[in-house]
Design a protein around this ligand. Structure first.
Ligand code: OGA
Ligand code: NI
Length: 335
């Protein structure tokens, strides 16, 4: 079943195949759970702008994660988008493959596990659909055309998520003393959307849906299907569950934002566990820089009083280092 989507065969087994069994130290049954039961929730509809900024900065410093409510994205659009992706993953495998292989250069793709099967110690219990979603509309011609309405609904959703992401980044900029629109040009020019499908798993205690990782980008906005808790955030060596709040988004800092803020905001480690039922869907919107954008500590945050702890280099180069070195990258990267 190498390379085959988990969704095509998961229900044929009463135990997980050996290749999906994680090493003991990573198995959820051996995890240290945090005494902190939840990550901060921020009401973006509140009237006290300074208070919102303070809360965002504090949560980003302490957790690297928070949820937002009253964010302005319409519930109908969120429902429609979730429905489209659930329908997509429920289509027959050959149809999913056709709909996700329209670009000969592979900008849009459907993959299983991490998509990097060679390097992984064990496989991950998920299938994912990934494609760029830049504001220019470039690449839209390669997006799936099924389920019906895909391009229209996902196009609208990614526009709204871009606006929300830039709004949050502006609040962060203001809170940290960076110039307004610091992130609105080349640092956010290459957004990517990933729709994850985590099928039911017969042995959740032994498997993972996604590895413990930091997102290698600026900021991620995640829409989780309600009612199923599976995302966990690492804080002080222990895991905090991120319980879905209806119509909320989960926001997390990427490693690039950690570097730009000279380590002040943290790109926290997180992972996904599996559940014995039912299917879980999430939609991740990644704010990514252009390949040649220089990533390094912002001047106001790395001065004579707090020296730069990271070097500066083009995003593309940084990403390559990150992909090759994985978890050891960060320690080696610090100056
Ligand atoms: C990711 C991620 C979490 C989830 O896509 O980087 O961490 O619950 N997703 O799907
Ligand atoms: Ni992630």
């Amino acid at each position: 079943m190498d390379g085959k989507l988990v969704s095509t065969w998961y229900n044929l087994h009463s135990s997980v195949p050996e290749s999906y069994v994680q090493p003991a130290e990573r198995q959820p049954c051996n995890a240290v759970l945090s005494t902190i039961k939840t990550i901060p929730v921020i009401d973006l509809g509140g009237h006290d702008r300074d208070d919102i900024i303070r809360n965002i900065v504090k949560s980003s410093e302490e957790y690297g994660f928070f949820q937002v409510v009253n964010h302005g994205v319409a519930k109908e659009l969120m429902d429609d988008t979730l429905r489209i992706f659930k329908e997509f993953h429920a289509m027959p495998a050959n149809e999913k493959l056709i709909e996700s292989s329209k670009d000969p250069n592979g900008s849009c793709k459907l993959y299983t596990s991490s998509g990097r099967n060679c390097a992984d110690v064990a496989k991950y219990w998920k299938d994912s659909l990934r494609h760029p979603c830049p504001p220019s509309g470039e690449f839209t011609e390669y997006w799936p055309e099924k389920p019906e309405g895909y391009r229209e609904i996902v196009g609208k959703y990614t526009q709204e998520l871009r606006a929300l992401g830039l709004r949050i980044l502006d609040l962060i900029s203001e809170g940290l003393g960076l110039s307004p629109n610091y992130f609105s040009e080349e640092l956010s020019a290459n957004p990517v959307l990933i729709s994850h499908n985590y099928p039911p798993c017969p042995e959740p205690s032994l498997t993972l849906g996604a590895s413990s990782h930091k997102d290698p980008n600026i900021l991620t906005i995640l829409f989780q299907e309600p009612n199923i808790t599976a995302l966990q955030v690492l804080k002080d060596g222990a895991w905090i569950p991120v319980e879905p709040i209806p119509n909320a988004f989960v926001v997390n800092m990427g490693l690039m934002l950690q570097i730009i803020t000279n380590g002040r905001l943290i790109g926290a480690e997180h992972r996904v566990i599996t559940n014995s039922s039912p299917n879980r869907h999430t939609i991740a919107y990644f704010i990514n820089p252009k390949k040649d954008a220089i990533i390094g500590p912002a001047k106001p945050l790395a001065s004579s009083t707090s020296q730069a702890i990271y070097p500066s280099m083009p995003f593309g180069e940084l990403l390559e280092n990150f992909m090759n070195k994985g978890p050891y990258f960060e320690a080696e990267f610090r100056l």
